[in-house]
Design a protein around this ligand. Structure first.
Ligand code: SF4
Length: 114
């Protein structure tokens, strides 16, 4: 048994590393309306102001110049309650190969179940 067998016990430690590490956050089509509504803007404004189009036709959230997510305001996610599945599912449903090196929540599990 390893810590990976206990991901159902994962608790986010709010270190924000997954929000500040540079990378793509993909937006599914059905997430556009939910996020736009939450921000009280039109879908067109959301896509034009907050998204990049990469690997056509995939939309991603823009990053700030330092590589962190554009939705991060201080220690808070502007769209936390409606955040994309990619954010919601990390690191229990998917993770980067080096996630244990930066995710404090995984490190806490590893400490218990290594
Ligand atoms: S890296 Fe892990 S512990 Fe840190 S905010 Fe993201 S999910 Fe939470």
């Amino acid at each position: 048994m390893s810590y990976l067998d206990h991901l159902d016990e994962f608790q986010c430690q709010r270190c924000l590393k997954c929000c500040t590490n540079p990378g793509y956050i993909y937006i599914a089509t059905n997430e556009i309306s939910r996020i736009s509504e939450h921000l009280n803007i039109t879908e067109e404004t959301f896509v034009n102001s907050f998204c990049d189009l990469i690997e056509k036709p995939r939309l991603t959230l823009k990053n700030k110049p330092d590589g962190s997510c554009l939705m991060l305001e201080g220690n808070t996610c502007r769209i936390h309650s409606v955040k994309p599945a990619q954010c919601r599912d990390f690191p229990t449903r998917w993770k980067t190969q080096d996630a244990l090196e930066y995710c404090k929540g995984l490190q806490a599990l590893f400490t218990i179940y290594k």
